[in-house]
Design a protein around this ligand. Structure first.
Ligand code: ZN
Length: 355
């Protein structure tokens, strides 16, 4: 049994639209014991919008999305037949882990548009000290994901842009991994994953500018709803279908490396990943693809230089922790090139910085 290689298309039910949250009591009617898992800020944002008190016990996560915190919350709850998770990515993941511990269903309400945690049956698990631990695979997919477009207009623009950057990586990472495979090495599901990533890139490149404008003007537009569903739901399908071929590769390895620089801690996950796309493309000498996507980065405000993420020392010494992690045995640049070296990644970063 290899959990890494199982096809996991996504949640059980996905509902996106306007006035979705008005129906929350109907969606929960079949459950007898509901327990809410949320964060302080997320719950405030939710209550401001929802206006009615939820008549269920409420449990706050402590910010980590860790096995330890999920177990603590599960112990406090004792028994439930559904966990209602309300919040950002780490709250979603904590709610999924808590439901797994209680062997019950989970209903997820994202409070921002920035990642695929509300839909995918996979979690990013951290240690209580907030460093990354592993990917966790749940036995059950989320029972229901409720995506209310009007509510999600509360998403801060920088989170939305970062979500676009993170989701765009799906296309560049899956092509970086699968370009060298011959036809017989691609299963039906690998091909579906690639097709999914291609559609993701097409939607993001076409619609992002209008979607960001809609968010700034607090208006729901077709572009806004397409980009929202792409970031929250389609993003998880790439790896859900193409399994390890559709998950992290070079761009995420560069992100992992950048996290070792204190200065980048203010930068969002998707910003570091977006910069990592450029480094991965420089590594594979796909400079034509960089030229193609560069105007898009500038248009929507994704970083093209390290200085935009507060990194000013781009010397070999300054970037040593970055390339060390990005090229590490246990990181994912090896999906692009099993023989990757620190020197080559450093050279690719220099090439991006020189553009
Ligand atoms: Zn990511």
């Amino acid at each position: 049994m290899n959990l890494n290689d199982e096809v996991r298309p996504g949640g059980n039910r996905y509902v996106s639209g306007t006035e979705v949250l008005k129906d929350l009591p109907n969606y929960l009617a079949q459950f007898n014991q509901v327990a809410v898992v949320t964060g302080n800020k997320s719950y405030r944002v939710f209550n401001d919008f929802y206006q009615k008190e939820l008549d269920f016990p409420v449990y706050r996560y402590e910010g980590s999305a860790s096995y330890e915190n999920a177990q603590e919350i599960a112990d406090q709850i004792g028994q439930a037949d559904v966990i209602l998770g309300i919040g950002g990515g780490r709250v979603m993941d904590t709610a999924k882990l808590t439901a797994e511990n209680l062997n019950c269903d989970v209903v997820l309400i994202p409070t921002l548009i920035s990642n695929c945690a509300p839909f995918t049956p996979i979690t990013a698990v951290y240690y209580p000290n907030r460093t990354f631990r592993c990917m966790g695979f749940q036995n059950r997919a989320p029972y229901l994901t409720l995506v209310d477009w009007e509510f999600l207009l509360k998403t801060p623009v920088d989170y939305f842009v970062a979500g676009i950057g993170d989701t765009l990586a799906k296309w560049y990472e899956i092509t970086g991994i699968t370009d060298t495979l011959n036809a017989d090495q691609k299963t039906a599901y690998t091909r579906l994953g690639i097709a999914c990533a291609k559609e993701i890139a097409a939607i993001l490149l076409e619609d992002s500018q209008n979607a960001i404008q809609s968010l700034e003007q607090q208006e729901i537009s077709p572009a806004f709803t397409r980009v929202t569903d792409t970031i929250i739901a389609l993003a998880g399908e790439t790896g859900g279908f193409a399994v390890s071929y559709g998950r992290s590769a070079g761009a995420h390895a560069v992100h992992d490396g950048l996290s070792y620089l204190e200065n980048t801690h203010e930068a969002l996950h998707g910003e570091k990943v977006a910069y990592g796309i450029l480094v991965q493309l420089a590594y594979t000498h796909d400079f034509d693809k960089i030229t193609e996507v560069y105007p898009f980065y500038e248009m929507i405000g994704l970083p093209t230089k390290l200085a935009q993420m507060n990194v000013t020392d781009i010397s070999e010494e300054g970037l040593a922790p970055v390339v060390k992690q990005a090229a590490a045995e246990d990181d994912t640049f090896r999906m692009i090139d099993p023989a990757v070296t620190e020197e080559e990644i450093f050279a690719a970063i220099q090439a991006v910085e020189a553009l």
